[in-house]
Write a protein that binds this ligand. Structure first.
Ligand SMILES: Nc1ncnc2c1ncn2[C@@H]1O[C@H](COP(=O)(O)OP(=O)(O)OP(=O)(O)O)[C@@H](O)[C@H]1O
Ligand SMILES: Nc1ncnc2c1ncn2[C@@H]1O[C@H](COP(=O)(O)OP(=O)(O)OP(=O)(O)O)[C@@H](O)[C@H]1O
Ligand SMILES: [Mg+2]
Ligand SMILES: [Mg+2]
Lengths: 223, 223
């Protein structure tokens, strides 16, 4: 479903160029459960943003569901993103002035679902991540790990075929983090593709494929 | 240096009251190295904010360095905070429009240090957390774990006698996280008091005292 060929990514700061991803080659098949491990600053979020079509590579070919993303304009890219991909951001990116429930409902508004159904689906997924009694809280009325779980619920509410999770358990204790991974395992059994960045080798081990990244170079490790 | 007696803390949302800390009793001595473990939503950050005088308890007595914080007004509280306490926030709280170096220099500006010395001290601590080549980057030009390390550097640059760190390794890989804890261990050998919230039992074990928190109740565990 996803085929990256010699992907490079550079950031530019003033006159300086910093190449962060060097000729990354990665094939992911529908239904894969993949984890990406690597030190801080090694290029994981950069890679994830390109996989999720939130950023474009500086060079190389990226085919998503058979579409070459170079051929897609902004509108088509947004359509692919909203329809197929659920993204859990490393920094959560919740809207600060609306409740947990409204944050999770947001992606369903874009897909045109009427309000009673939206509230029902959003409430159910918030319950599944253990936040049934926090749905009316604003983000600043939630703990760090509760905010992270709202971000996870928001990514899952549209039932995406591909879930991209950037350090989804970073703010969670062992038990709560394990419950989140159980949720991902269940989604994967339903046939969804899961790509998870993590620093926790216990969490990484629960995937079926493990990719290591070091200074923007990938190596696959036998699981 | 720190004595909490029957501390309670409630949050109010509209007409609802949620008591998060229930009769917390905690004594911390100068030079202690303490870690606080507990599930997401159990009250760790709430407790840390009261310890760091960023929030006031709803009931109970809190003596910091012999001062009853009830007797201190806003200005005196801020003075104690800036002089004695370094705080690493769970959400980093970096200023987005200034560089890593300027973010770390900020606390030194309040203490009236001239610019060349400030830049030197800020540059040194950023080097110690592994960010020598990132000092001019803005926060959104840094990875999650790099932002966290800037927040750690900012808390340490004033050489506080008490360091409060709320999940200081949450965004860091094993090796980088361990280097940060080594830095804390060194500061503790110099006599500084370290209080660290963490979800990682490997990290917690490196402290000399371990406190568990569950639903706002504390228990101390033998290390
Ligand atoms: N907008 C940017 N401008 C310049 N450099 C950037 C930018 N964004 C990221 N970088 C740099 O690119 C490198 C890779 O960043 P990235 O966020 O992908 O790392 P990461 O593997 O996700 O790290 P972490 O585990 O700390 O989140 C880092 O050294 C970072 O400083
Ligand atoms: N401003 C607020 N208003 C209402 N409730 C709040 C507020 N801040 C925190 N809470 C609630 O208080 C409880 C404790 O929050 P706290 O941030 O102390 O937890 P925590 O132990 O730090 O969790 P985490 O490990 O997820 O960071 C949570 O259930 C949270 O929803
Ligand atoms: Mg990252
Ligand atoms: Mg917290």
């Amino acid at each position: 479903v996803l085929n990256m060929n010699n992907i490079c990514k550079s950031y530019y700061m003033g006159a300086e160029e910093l190449e962060v991803l060097h000729n990354v080659n990665l094939k992911i098949h529908t239904g894969d459960f993949l984890s990406i491990l690597g030190p801080s600053g090694s290029g994981k979020s950069t890679l994830m943003n390109i996989i999720g079509c939130l950023d474009v590579p500086t060079a190389g070919k990226y085919l998503l569901s058979g579409n070459d993303i170079d051929d897609l304009d902004e509108i088509e890219l947004a359509k692919v993103r909203n329809k197929e991909i659920g993204f859990v951001f490393q920094s959560f990116q919740l809207l600060p002035r609306i409740s947990a429930l409204h944050n999770v409902e947001l992606p369903l508004i874009y897909s045109g679902l009427p309000s009673p159904e939206r509230k029902k689906l959003a409430g159910e997924i918030l319950k599944r991540v253990g936040l049934a009694d926090k749905i009316q809280n604003l983000p600043n009325q939630l703990s760090g790990g509760q905010q992270q779980r709202v971000a996870i619920a928001r990514a899952l509410v549209t039932e995406p075929s591909i879930l991209l999770a950037d350090e989804p358990t970073g703010a969670l204790d062992q038990k709560t983090g394990s419950q989140v991974v159980e949720l991902f395992e269940q989604l994967n059994r339903e046939g969804r593709t899961i790509i998870m960045i993590t620093h926790d080798s216990n969490i990484a081990r629960r995937a079926r494929r493990v990719i290591h990244i070091l200074d923007g170079h990938l190596t696959e490790v036998e699981v």
